[in-house]
Ligand binder design. Structure first.
Ligand code: MUC
Ligand code: MG
Length: 366
């Protein structure tokens, strides 16, 4: 089997409600759908979310690097030779979500070719994942309304609160209102997207003590090394690296230098091949992981659950898998469902993301 052609299709689907966080805001899924075609007729699919404020990628840059840089290098290769493809892609620096999508699309091809679901090829640990819902910036009473609605409608009991606002009291108050309104059983953790300094983050930890916050993700810029290390040393809860750990090498560096004590894995930026290496590194070191969200569509969320459910260590915690519910539409022909707080993997060969051709036609921008 040979890779014959690669499509990188920009599209835009509006969100019903904007999601705001410390590093940006998303009002539409202006993503890139990647399709890798082979000479056997098998086609692999993956979704790519441009996040300029995190990786410096834009919709245009993703289309460009895939069609002009990656495609000429990998056309003609066997999709089974994932390591060879990885080696070639990594000659180009950065562009993590463009590389991640190529890798996921290749896994999709392999699963279809061997008539096996990719979650089984990867590890087959579980057939689904518990879901965590990410709450963007809003007044505290609206956050509680949203969390209660998601608990009622979908059975979700884990919530990631976007923080990093100033004044800090906005986020402290949001934590207090959520804890009081949701009760002791709900899991609540915070993600500041580098919105604070280390000193501000320590102040928030002090003021939220007793509210049962389970983790704090990317509180400040990990590049401010001494402040970050001081924060990690003084924190009683795991400090999760996200933007600071997009690659295997970054994960190793941040863990070894005391920048983080837990790691967020995102298949959108690591694909399945590098995500496996990151997971193994964390497992070997006894470091907790979370399966994160890149404000993914259903196509992207299906990739996350496919990987997360495949291993014990990645399915211990709830994965961030629900933000597609705020989109007005999606490209997936057979929509994802969250029932009893769980999303199931697909038992069809590959990753299982069948694209609705009419929807793609409607939303594509090329
Ligand atoms: C996160 O965990 O930081 C915010 C933007 C994005 O792409 O992902 C997020 C969630
Ligand atoms: Mg994050």
């Amino acid at each position: 089997m040979k890779i014959e052609r690669i499509e990188a299709i920009p599209y835009s689907i509006p969100y019903a409600r904007a999601l705001k966080f410390a590093s940006g805001e998303v009002t539409a899924a202006e993503h890139v759908l990647v399709r890798i075609h082979t000479d056997t007729g098998i086609c692999g699919v993956a979704d790519t979310p441009p996040r300029p404020y995190t990786y410096g990628e834009t919709q245009d840059s993703i289309v460009s690097v895939i069609t002009k840089v990656f495609a000429p290098l990998v056309i003609g290769l066997d999709p089974m030779d994932r390591s060879k493809v990885q080696q070639i892609l990594h000659r180009t620096v950065n562009n993590p979500t463009a590389k991640g999508a190529v890798d996921i699309a290749l896994w999709d091809i392999i699963g279809i070719a061997v008539e096996t679901p990719v979650h089984k090829l990867l590890g087959g640990y579980a057939d689904g994942m518990r879901v965590s819902h990410m709450l963007g910036f809003k007044p505290a009473d609206e956050l509680l309304d949203e969390a209660q609605r998601f608990r009622e409608n979908y059975g979700i009991t884990t919530f990631k609160l976007k923080t990093g606002r100033r004044p800090l009291s906005l986020d402290v108050e949001a934590c207090r209102v959520l804890r009081e309104g949701l009760g002791e059983k709900a899991e609540i953790y915070m993600d500041a997207n580098r919105g604070w300094t280390a000193t501000e983050a320590l102040e928030v930890l002090r003021r939220t003590e007793g509210l049962g916050v389970s983790m704090l993700e990317e509180p400040c810029d990990a590049g401010e090394v001494l402040g970050r290390r001081r924060l990690v040393e003084q924190s009683n809860i795991p400090i999760v690296g996200d933007e600071s750990v997009p690659t295997l090498g970054d994960v190793a560096r941040e863990l070894l230098t005391g920048g983080s004590t837990a790691v967020c894995i995102k298949t959108a930026r690591s694909g399945f091949t590098e995500a496996q290496k990151i997971l193994a590194l964390c497992e070997g070191l006894g470091v907790d992981v979370t399966m994160g969200n890149q404000i993914d569509t259903q196509v992207g969320s299906l990739a996350t659950v496919t990987f997360g459910a495949a291993f014990e260590a990645s399915s211990r915690r709830a994965g961030e898998l629900s933000n597609f519910l705020d989109m007005t539409d999606d490209l997936l022909a057979d929509p994802l469902e969250i029932r009893g707080g769980i999303i199931r993997v697909r038992e069809t060969p590959g990753v299982g993301a069948q694209i609705d051709p009419d929807k793609l036609q409607k939303y594509r921008q090329d």
